[in-house]
Each structure stands twice: as structure tokens, then as C-alpha cells.
Design a binder for this molecule. Structure first.
Ligand code: KG4
Ligand code: ZN
Length: 338
């Protein structure tokens, strides 16, 4: 079965084709970063309009890259939520309409389910059951994944998501959008030990996160500088990054102990962070737990994860009626199994 995947939930247009025999045949991502950078964040209406502009040329390019014709496609998967409603509707409308025109089934995929399953595109791939750490711009969650659609949220952020905390803190430090990669780059120049920020919510039991207070530490530390220099900025960036990553690692360790699971899967944009990858690899060695990450380009938003999740859904019999829609808010816990 060959599935075309379409991702348009936020500021990346992603298209991919997944083949159940041969794996991923082609994928393309167009990032709108430049478009939104001048505003310091994603402008929803501009995002929708750009998806409209990009989606068909990108789709044509992806089919050409894979040397495929439209009759080679057996099903279409599009991100149906959560995300920006206008952006989601572009992918859903194109996906559902093409499926109707090409007379193949269509399925709406949950964006975070796509992220959770993205590591399965790699070799070696994790197998159910596993613990997933989902860290993106909109979500920080620890999820017990028992099978397709069987997701129990063990803990989540009570305020800012991890990626959001990176983005907002980067902005405070005067870095450009998107802040996560920029802050991580600056932190490489930082010196360990000059500043130490708290590891929020690690003192008390439980698996929830809270990252919004860290912003205040960064702001106060930065504003307290009488002569702020580049080295200080880097030192603060490093202290912030260490605090977030340590906190995530502490909670992963706790969740692994609590569940007894032996595989940890990292997913979402913050999963591209090198410090996180290194620290969780060390944790895995210590606990004798296998740690899986998608390649960095499949941590951030992409069509490949949607094509793959869509393939699993379609091959287990799911498909949408001709009426379709998109859901800006949608909990993974509400998904049904296959
Ligand atoms: O999964 P994603 O591409 O989009 C959402 O579904 O939200 O995640 C984007 C988030 C942004 O907040 C971005 O700053 C963050 O992931 N991010 C990073 C890194 N690369 C992307 N955060 C920290 N370090 C990185 N290297
Ligand atoms: Zn995402």
C-alpha cells in the first residue's frame, strides 16, 4: 500500500509518500520560517495562505521525486488536528478532494500521533509498548504507548510547552524566531556553572511539567546585567537549556521506573535538540532502556510521519466519509485504537 501524507498544521507544508514494502519513497518540506520571522512568531492567516500557495507544487514535486503517477497512490492521509484551523483546512481540503478525485480512501491523522510514530520510520524501530516523550512547540507530554491509538498521557505541561519555553526565552534574549534552534546554538558558547536555574516540579512527585517560571529567571538574570555582553547571554542560554533538558530527563527516568517500560521514544521539534539527545542516551544506558529518536528533520513537522501514521490507520481499516473537518484542539487520549 502506498500512502500520500500531507502536513499543514502550523508553519511547515510537508508532503511524503510511504510504501508499506519499500518504506519512505520521497518527502518534501517547505518551511515558512522566513515568512513569520519578521513578526517574531507564526501569523495564522499568513500560514494558511502560504500553504495554499505551496501545497500543489510540493505535491507534484514529491510524486516526481518518487517517480510516481497519481494512480500509484492507494490512500491519502492529512493532518486533521490539533493545530491552526485555517492551516489544517488547507491540507484536509486538498487531501480529501484528491482522494475523492482519485477514488482512494482518505484518513485524517492526529498530528501528535504522527510525531509519536515518527521514530518507527528509522532502523532499528521501536516496537509497542513504549514510553514517548513528546516535546514540540505546543505540547510537552509523557505518553504510555501500548499500541496504535492506545495512548495514556502520564504527565504534561501545566503551562508552556517545552518548545514554547525555548521560543519565548529566546525572544527575551533577543534571538530570532524560531527560538529553539537559535537558543541551542548560542548555548554552545555558554560556560557551565556560571548560572543555575531551578528544575521545575522535580522536587514533588508526579510527571507534569511547568516551564513558564524559567522565563522569569532568564529575564531577571538578563536584566540584572549592568553591562550585558555576548558571553553572559550565552551563559544564560546554556543555564536555561540545561534546566529544561535536566527536567525532561528527570521526568523520563521517573516515568520509566513507574511503568517498567524498556523503550523510550523521543518525538517533536525539541527532540532535535542535541543536549536532549545526548542526555537521554546516557539515561538509557544507565537504566538499560533503548532510546529511539527520529532523524532531526523528522522531529520537526513533516509529511513523512503523517504518511506513515496514515498507512497504519488505513491498513487497519480506518477511512473518512466524504464529509471531513479539522480540529484545532484534540487530545491524543481521545483517539481510538485500530
Ligand atoms: O514539532 P514542531 O516542529 O512543531 C509543533 O508541532 O509544535 O516543534 C517546533 C518546536 C519549536 O518550539 C522550536 O523552537 C523547537 O521545536 N525546536 C527546538 C530545536 N529545534 C526545534 N528546541 C530546542 N532545540 C532545538 N534544536
Ligand atoms: Zn509538530
Amino acid at each position: 500500500m502506498r500512502v500520500l501524507g500531507i502536513e499543514t498544521s502550523c508553519d511547515e507544508t510537508g508532503i511524503a509518500v510511504y510504501d508499506s514494502e519499500q518504506g519512505l519513497l520521497a518527502h518534501q518540506v517547505f518551511s515558512q520560517i522566513e515568512l513569520h520571522a519578521q513578526y517574531g512568531g507564526v501569523v495564522p492567516e499568513l500560514a494558511s495562505r502560504d500553504h495554499v500557495r505551496r501545497i500543489i507544487p510540493l505535491l507534484t514535486q514529491t510524486l516526481t521525486d518518487a517517480d510516481l503517477q497519481r494512480q500509484d497512490i492507494d490512500g491519502i492521509a492529512y493532518t486533521a488536528g490539533p493545530g491552526l484551523i485555517g492551516a489544517l483546512l488547507v491540507g484536509a481540503t486538498v487531501g480529501r478532494s484528491l482522494a475523492w478525485a482519485w477514488q482512494v480512501p482518505a484518513v485524517g491523522v492526529h498530528h501528535m500521533e504522527g510525531h509519536v510514530l515518527a521514530a518507527m520510520l528509522e532502523t532499528p524501530a521501536p516496537e509497542f509498548p513504549f514510553l514517548a516523550l513528546l516535546v514540540s512547540g505546543g505540547h510537552s507530554q509523557l505518553v504510555q504507548v501500548t499500541g496504535l491509538g492506545q495512548y495514556e498521557i502520564l504527565g504534561e505541561s501545566i503551562d508552556d510547552a517545552a518548545g514554547e519555553a525555548f521560543d519565548k526565552t529566546a525572544k527575551l534574549l533577543g534571538l530570532s524566531y524560531p527560538g529553539g534552534p537559535a537558543l541551542a546554538k548560542l548555548a554552545q558558547q555558554g560556560r557551565t556553572g556560571r548560572y543555575e536555574f531551578p528544575r521545575p516540579m522535580t522536587q514533588k512527585a508526579g510527571l507534569d511539567f511547568s516551564f513558564s517560571g524559567l522565563k522569569t529567571y532568564v529575564l531577571n538574570t538578563w536584566q540584572a546585567q549592568t553591562e550585558p555582553d555576548e558571553q553572559t547571554r550565552a551563559d544564560i542560554a546554556l543555564a536555561f537549556e540545561e534546566a529544561v533538558i535536566d527536567t525532561l530527563a528527570i521526568k523520563c527516568q521517573r516515568a520509566l521506573k513507574q511503568t517498567g517500560l524498556k523503550q523510550l521514544v523521543i518525538a517533536g521539534g525539541v527532540g532535535a535538540n542535541q543536549r536532549l539527545r545526548t542526555q537521554l542516551a546516557e539515561l538509557g544506558q544507565k537504566l538499560k532502556v533503548k532510546v529511539f529518536y527520529p532523524r532531526p528533520e523528522f522531529c520537526t513537522d513533516n509529511g513523512a510521519m503523517i504518511a506513515y501514521a496514515g498507512y497504519l490507520r488505513l491498513s487497519s481499516g480506518a477511512s473518512e466519509p466524504l464529509t471531513y473537518g479539522a480540529r484545532p484542539r484534540w487530545s491524543m487520549a481521545d483517539l481510538a485504537g485500530a
